[in-house]
Design a protein around this ligand. Structure first.
Ligand code: NAG
Length: 235
């Protein structure tokens, strides 16, 4: 994932990608996640490449709206791809509730229409900010709870949590408080998933590379069948 005011150099340093194609993963639905960095994405082509779902950046903090969100959301819809929005968290700039409401008002909403995935909270290191946004582990857990509960009270579903195991351990103290409610979307650029954060026995989505043959943007897979993915879009 990339955010609006990032130091690109920091990404270059970490952008070592692997694109595993293990047979055991062949049947799992594939997806991409994109932001304005990818411009307007050709989702019809992505679908032809085997993309079944997409996460599209909607918002960041409590003021930033991704300028490509609407065009990409419409394009994914027209291509018949299951899609949802994601929000890049800035836990240092406003409350979790404020950012959930901003996300809900600008593309992150959810309804039981069979083609919308629950919104995702993208919470990870921000190379241009202070470590863990200057929050203690308990304050970070409270912030995520505030975001998650606000999202749930408006939509009836809990947001997906996108993170890395390293960030989660470092900045939440490896909190196990979300494993029973929020689907996990783990970023781990390797041929196997690796250790998961506390609380989750499995991951629902896996971002396994930051580029690849599926289409522009990060490469993802759903840990289940296409039927299972469709069920998530029905809550
Ligand atoms: C995928 O989900 C199953 C449970 O449905 C779980 O047993 C498995 O460990 C999960 N895979 C990963 C990589 O988390």
């Amino acid at each position: 994932m990339k955010f609006a005011v990032a130091s690109l150099l920091a990404f270059v340093a970490t952008a070592v990608s692997a694109s595993p194609t293990l047979e055991s993963r062949a049947s799992k639905p594939k997806g991409i996640d994109v932001s304005h960095y990818q411009g307007t994405v050709n989702f019809a082509a992505a679908k032809a490449n085997g993309v079944s779902f997409a996460f599209i950046k909607a918002t960041e903090g409590h003021t930033y709206k991704d300028p490509s969100f609407s065009a990409n959301y419409v394009a994914a819809t027209n291509a018949g791809i299951l899609r949802g929005g994601y929000h890049f968290a800035h836990p240092d700039s406003s409350s979790g509730a404020a950012q959930a409401n901003f996300f809900l008002a600008h593309g992150g909403g959810w309804s039981k229409d069979g083609r919308t995935l629950p919104g995702a909270l993208d919470i990870e290191y921000n190379p241009s900010g202070s470590k863990c946004y200057g929050l203690s582990a308990s304050a970070m857990v409270a912030w995520i709870k505030d975001f998650s509960n606000t999202y749930h009270s408006h939509t009836g579903v809990y947001p997906i949590i996108y993170t890395t195991t390293d960030w989660w351990k470092t900045c939440t103290g490896n909190s196990a408080a979300f494993g029973n409610t929020n689907p996990l979307w783990i970023a781990h650029y390797a041929s196997s998933i690796g250790a998961l954060p506390a609380g989750w026995g499995f991951t629902t989505f896996w971002q396994y590379a930051d580029k690849g043959s599926l289409g522009p943007g990060d490469q993802d897979e759903f840990n289940g069948t296409l039927e299972g993915l469709k069920k998530i879009a029905l809550g």
